[in-house]
Design a protein around this ligand. Structure first.
Ligand code: BTN
Length: 280
């Protein structure tokens, strides 16, 4: 964002450059929040949108800074001010089974990768299930949360953190994290970045809703999957083993060939996957 835009989200400019029908047509912006995921959940639960007479489905929550950014597995997502993208997309009463909801994390991972490619002109990679990677380092993380009511998702919140203009990382993260700026040497337009990711998500979400799985985007996902045909270490609660990643199935589970040649299905959230010697 330029200097003039620093204090607010340029809603008009964003809507003009956004080519979606439904997704992110309403954007709520804050200079600072604890976590955009938390904010989106709170907004959904508060029913404020009823008084406002708006449809909450597809609302995007964007913040300049998060004071309690959440990562997966209870980790912290460091969220310095004014450099990166911190956003959460609210899907209200999506017509899917709760069991399918976690697959949306992979759908967003693919969409973020494709959106970042459009922004940077450079090819992205995906580390299963949903980390977007440049030069072997993570540039984007995704955290999906859901509330179930009467056996169906009342809402799903997909939180996306993208390192855009961050120029340096802490010594603990330096080997594992990168940003658009560090990859391209140029500051990028965060508003355009959000728009490109949301456009890509809308396209993939429409496909997802037809089947509630990744069958219609599996080929695209696998074409970016850095783990494919590479050795991986599977870290389970009970121990670890090594195999070769072969791709994903329609449910988004990682297919890993074990030492006896059996193809095993790895469910995201239950295990961690690492490269043998590196992060990917
Ligand atoms: C991960 O650990 O890879 C997931 C990181 C998700 C971070 C994003 S930033 C926007 C949204 N709000 C949060 O508190 N977390 C997500």
């Amino acid at each position: 964002m330029s200097k003039e835009e620093k204090q607010y989200f340029p809603a008009g400019q964003f809507q003009e450059c956004l080519r979606t029908k439904r997704i992110a047509r309403q954007v709520l912006w804050k200079e600072e929040t604890d976590s955009t995921n938390h904010w989106a959940r709170e907004y959904a639960g508060s029913r404020r949108w009823m008084e406002e007479g708006t449809d909450p489905d597809g609302t995007l929550f964007v913040a300049e800074k998060q004071t309690e950014g959440k990562g997966r597995q209870g980790r912290i997502w460091t969220s310095p001010s004014g450099e990166n993208i911190y956003m959460s997309l609210l899907l209200w009463h999506p017509d899917i089974k709760p069991v399918s909801a976690s697959r949306l994390t992979l759908v967003m991972g693919l969409s973020a990768a494709r959106g970042l490619e459009k922004l940077t002109g450079r090819r992205a990679g995906i580390k299963w299930p949903n980390d977007v990677v440049y030069s072997g380092k993570k540039i984007c993380g995704i955290l999906t949360e859901m509330r179930i009511q009467e056996g169906k998702p009342e809402y799903i919140v997909i939180g996306v953190g993208i390192n855009v203009n961050q120029t340096e990382f802490s010594p603990q993260l330096r080997d594992k994290a990168t940003s658009v700026f560090l990859e391209t040497g140029k500051k990028a337009d965060r508003v355009a970045g959000i728009a490109r990711v949301m456009e890509s998500f809308e396209e993939n979400y429409e496909k997802f809703l037809r089947t509630e799985d990744l069958s219609l985007m599996k080929e695209d996902y696998e074409s970016l999957l850095l783990n494919k045909d590479r050795p991986v270490r599977i870290l389970e609660k009970t121990g670890q083993w090594q195999g070769t990643a072969r791709g994903i199935n329609d449910r988004g589970e990682l297919l890993v060939e074990d030492s006896r040649g059996y193809l095993r299905e790895i469910i995201s959230g239950e295990v961690s996957v690492r490269g043998l010697y590196t992060y990917v």
